[in-house]
Design a protein around this ligand. Structure first.
Ligand SMILES: O=C(O)CCC(=O)C(=O)O
Ligand SMILES: [Fe+2]
Length: 299
């Protein structure tokens, strides 16, 4: 194993083991994350979504030899299996849902934040694509480091082809989640998240990483998603990305994770009749817009 390589755990590992490695190294690989019976279906769904995308418009970050497709909960039924995977969702809950104690007058109250899906994207790096700048995904939230020990995101990168150094496996700097904001990430600090198709890399928003160079003659395909703290804005607008009809057919937990929820820290409520309510309440009605009074019953 190369020096500072990422740890690989089997899919039989416990949530506690996964969290322990992520908190130590900033990331972990789970071998055989996607079960064999859904892998081919998931690959087909993602290929179909990618087929509607052209190459990126610039070569600094998104890549002119890279295709990206998002809105994945609208397009791929197996996204539900990825987000509800006990090791991903379980680790996200443990890492992100750290409670805080606050005062309401003289009452000491404990608040546990909710979590939500912040973005989804299939990323297909084609031959000839050079490497991406090393970055932290929590840059979107302007997160500063260290941040009182609180993380804002647990990202996943599912390998839908093998990930090798040669085909552009994600480059990661183990331990960089503990760096402050002055330290510059250098290529020589990185290791390659090499993994077999169906495996997944889990890493937190403060870990430096970036897509690698594809010097082979075949594309490298990955499926990424962020589960975020409920107190930051969703990077990809899930309300506009998932049609109501699709949303209403999803499991209740996934609807809540897509942002249709309001938590103990009051984020995301909608008022009806003077009451601040969870938006999830309205998803149970036949027509959400009618239930909210946004359109008249005749529309
Ligand atoms: O494609 C990859 O391996 C990483 C992509 C990435 O980190 C990003 O686009 O934010
Ligand atoms: Fe990234």
């Amino acid at each position: 194993m190369p020096k500072n390589a990422l740890t690989t755990l089997p899919s039989t590992a416990s949530v506690e083991q996964v969290v322990e490695v992520i908190e130590r190294d900033g990331g972990v690989i789970i071998a055989g994350f996607i079960s064999a019976d859904i892998l081919a279906d998931l690959q087909a769904e993602i290929d179909q979504a990618l087929d509607t995308s052209s190459f990126g418009h610039e070569n600094y970050f998104v890549g002119t030899q890279t295709r990206r497709a998002s809105r994945l909960f609208a397009r791929c039924k197996h996204m539900v299996d990825v987000v509800l995977h006990p090791l991903y969702l379980g680790a996200a809950r443990k890492i992100l849902q750290k409670p805080v104690d606050v005062w309401f007058g003289q009452d000491r109250t404990t608040i546990t934040p909710q979590i939500q899906i912040g973005m989804t994207q299939a990323i297909q790096i084609h031959p000839g694509q050079g490497k991406q700048p090393l970055h932290r995904d929590d840059t979107s939230f302007l997160w500063r480091h260290p941040h009182y020990g609180r993380e804002a995101r647990l990202q996943i990168m599912v390998a839908l082809t093998d990930f090798t150094e040669a085909n552009g496996a994600t480059k990661v700097i183990p331990g960089s989640h503990k760096w402050d904001d002055e330290r510059c990430p250098m290529p020589e600090d990185t290791v390659n998240a090499e993994m077999a198709v169906g495996s997944a890399l889990l890493f937190i928003g403060s870990t430096y990483h970036g897509g690698g160079t594809n010097s082979t003659d075949k594309p490298r395909t990955g499926l990424t998603m962020g589960i975020d703290l409920g107190s930051v804005r969703q990077e990809e607008n899930q309300y506009l990305s998932v049609p109501f009809d699709t949303l209403k057919g999803l499991p209740s937990e996934v609807q809540r994770l897509l942002g249709w929820d309001a938590g103990e820290n009051f984020m995301g409520w909608v008022e009806k009749g003077g009451k601040m309510m969870s938006p999830h309440t309205f998803l149970e009605s036949d027509n959400v817009l009618h239930a909210l009074g946004l359109v008249s019953a005749d529309d």
